[in-house]
Design a protein around this ligand. Structure first.
Ligand code: HSE
Length: 424
């Protein structure tokens, strides 16, 4: 049987999917025995389609025409954003069509409603490309690791941030210069705020947390901190201490609640995630039966993302019209844990005047809040003003560190808000 595909959105990823369907039918057939045919493409701007030979493919500016095309059984939504993507997906599901999407923001905000529509209509909603592009992490969680309780997930899931942090660390470049290069290379969002403020990673974090623990996870409940506060000094100082700064999504279950958070994290040099450089993504999953597994690859880009979209289409085609498999179900309704309860080590850079007694006051405040200091170094020459005092704490709670910093930052000698980075 031939599986007919419709692609809504002929932009970067859509173009990659069209290219793959037109050129890699042989590989698809060899691996799956299926014939997958592009039947219909819809976009308001048809210019990008000029590069393709679309003989036999319907081209339209109306997504509704594509959804109702009887030759289309799988609809790919590749326009991104919330609307009209959500409407198109719901219309396709309600019309009995399977849907494949790469739309992480939409899923992070509306997955329960979309999943429910897929279940009700007995069709599939698949979104492997929405999280870390080429990396089959959704398949790993739903299939490869299905016998496991997930202990923790640590993910580098934004290529732009990892590219910036890598080049700041290895070449001592300034944040703004590297950001411009990431934008020029085409993997940063336009504008790149979703990347550098951590929201793109948060979308992926919410999707993975839901899958890992079979629970709806509201985006608003996640703690999200991007990399705009990371300075060259912090990258250099922490590198001397044996760490790489990475923007991580961290997901785990603690005492019946979900920890789901996104923030810059100091990853020890010996951890596998410290070796993930430039725009590459990687996800480290710890589970009770399989133990540790690591997934690595490109998280963005025209063809890498298309690879994941087309793999979802092929999986649907493999069923050859048989009923959709057991859908993803929310079995639990777990709360997201308060950030103040987090336990861990903290890197602190206090920027202060170099005067006798200042360091004593800072350490006394930390001690008063029960925060024990593992190391303390003044990074500048005596006489410089202000100076950087770098502290590493022992394990403590986020609430205690934050309470201490509120007092330290209010001291008259403190020159700017203390820089804080959590340690893995
Ligand atoms: N802009 C994202 C990144 C790619 O830099 O990884 C798509 O999520």
């Amino acid at each position: 049987m031939t599986c007919g595909v419709g692609v809504i959105g002929a932009g970067t990823v859509g173009g990659g999917v069209i290219h793959t369907l037109l050129n890699n039918g042989d590989a698809i057939h060899d691996k799956s025995g299926q014939t997958v045919r592009l039947r219909h493409v819809a976009d308001l701007n048809l210019d990008p389609l000029k590069e393709f030979d679309l003989t036999g493919v319907t081209v339209s500016t109306e997504a509704k025409a594509l959804i109702s095309d009887p030759r289309v059984s799988v609809v790919c939504e590749l326009i991104g954003g919330v609307e009209p993507a959500k409407t198109f997906i719901l219309e396709a599901l309600n019309a009995g069509k399977h849907v494949v999407t790469a739309n992480k923001m939409l899923l992070a905000l509306h997955a329960p409603e979309l999943n429910e529509a897929a279940v009700r209509n007995r069709v599939e909603l698949r979104y492997e490309a929405a999280v870390a592009g080429t990396i089959p992490i959704i398949k790993a969680l739903r299939e490869g690791l299905s016998a496991n309780h997930i202990r923790a997930i640590h993910g580098i899931m934004n290529g732009t941030c990892n590219y910036i942090l890598t080049r700041m660390s290895e070449e001592g470049l300034a944040f703004e210069d590297v950001l411009q290069q990431a934008m020029d290379q085409g993997f940063a969002e336009t504008p790149p705020d979703l990347d550098i403020e951590g929201h793109d990673t948060a979308h992926k974090c919410a999707i993975l947390a839901s899958l890992a623990y079979s629970t709806p996870v509201r985006l608003d409940d996640l703690y999200v901190e991007g990399i705009t506060g990371i300075t060259g000094q912090d990258v250099a100082y922490t590198r001397e201490m044996g760490y790489q700064v990475k923007l991580l999504a961290i997901i785990r279950q603690v005492n019946g609640a979900i920890e789901a958070r996104v923030h810059p994290t100091l990853v020890p040099d010996e951890h596998l995630l410290a070796a993930v450089k430039r725009e590459f993504n990687a996800i480290y999953v710890e589970s009770d039966i399989a133990d540790a597994t690591l997934y690595y690859g490109r998280g963005a880009g025209k063809l890498p993302t298309a690879s994941a979209v087309v793999a979802d289409i092929v999986d649907i085609a493999r069923r050859d019209g048989a009923p959709a498999p057991e859908p993803f179900r929310y079995v639990h309704d777990l709360p997201v844990r308060e950030m103040g309860l987090l336990r861990g080590q903290y890197y602190l850079r206090v920027v202060t005047e170099d005067k006798p007694g200042v360091l004593g006051t800072v350490c006394a405040i930390l001690g008063h809040h029960g925060v024990s200091i593992a190391s303390c170094t003044q990074k500048d020459e005596h006489g410089a003003s202000p100076v950087n005092v770098v502290l590493m704490t022992h394990e403590t709670t986020e609430a205690d560190v934050k309470a201490a910093l509120a007092e330290i930052d209010a001291l008259e000698n403190t020159a700017e808000a203390t820089h804080l980075i959590r340690v893995l």
